[in-house]
Design a protein around this ligand. Sequence first.
Ligand SMILES: Nc1ncnc2c1ncn2[C@@H]1O[C@H](COP(=O)(O)OP(=O)(O)OP(=O)(O)O)[C@@H](O)[C@H]1O
Ligand SMILES: [Mg+2]
Length: 227
Amino acid sequence: MIEISNLSKSFPSPGGEEKVNVFSGVNFVLEQGESVAILGPSGSGKSTLLNVIGLLDKPTSGKILVGEKDLSSLSEREVAEYRNQKVGFVFQSHHLLPSCTVLENVMIPALAGFGKLTKDTLRNRAATLLEEVGLGHRMSHLPSQISGGERQRVAVARALINEPSVLLADEPTGALDKKNSDKLMNLLKQMNEGKGVTLLMVTHSTEGANLMKQAYHFHEGSLLQDR
Ligand SMILES: Nc1ncnc2c1ncn2[C@@H]1O[C@H](COP(=O)(O)OP(=O)(O)OP(=O)(O)O)[C@@H](O)[C@H]1O
Ligand SMILES: [Mg+2]
């Protein structure tokens, strides 16, 4: 469903004298319902690839097709709609709003104006997602009143509120201890298998990567498939 061909990304260097080439010649197909791990050393381009797929950044060259659509041909509104409706992001750090409750945090992406849910339906959906991630008993807590592992689970629920077809997770367990990390990995896997959400996850954990059906790694600017 997402087909990437000959993708490259470079950044201008801060001094402007030469470019930083992050990756080039990246070809990659992400089928609906797949689970894929992206590995590679620090600075190898993992986050950059996720950002480009999630339209948080633009590739330097190459093509990304989603279904039949070329992402480079989208209007500004379509880009915003794609980011809000088609993909869900879970980052290394949760980025929850500190003054909103857990339930409100989960509801926020659905308030952007692309969906057409009534407030009640939305509230029920957010509550159901929080039950699914094991946080039914923490809905009116603030982010500061729950644990780090719980905050990451709220971030997963928030990423799923608009029923995206793809979940992009950038080291979602990076800030967690082993026990919470295992729990979150299993939760993501469960969302993938139970809901059919396509899962693309950057991780440094071999164990986490092994839960994914496919694995790739970056090596010197190329994306190589391991399995
Ligand atoms: N906005 C930017 N301007 C210039 N260079 C950038 C920018 N963003 C990233 N880079 C460079 O691109 C390279 C890849 O960065 P990226 O964040 O994708 O790495 P990563 O594989 O996610 O690393 P990590 O495991 O540490 O998160 C790095 O060398 C970085 O310096
Ligand atoms: Mg990164």
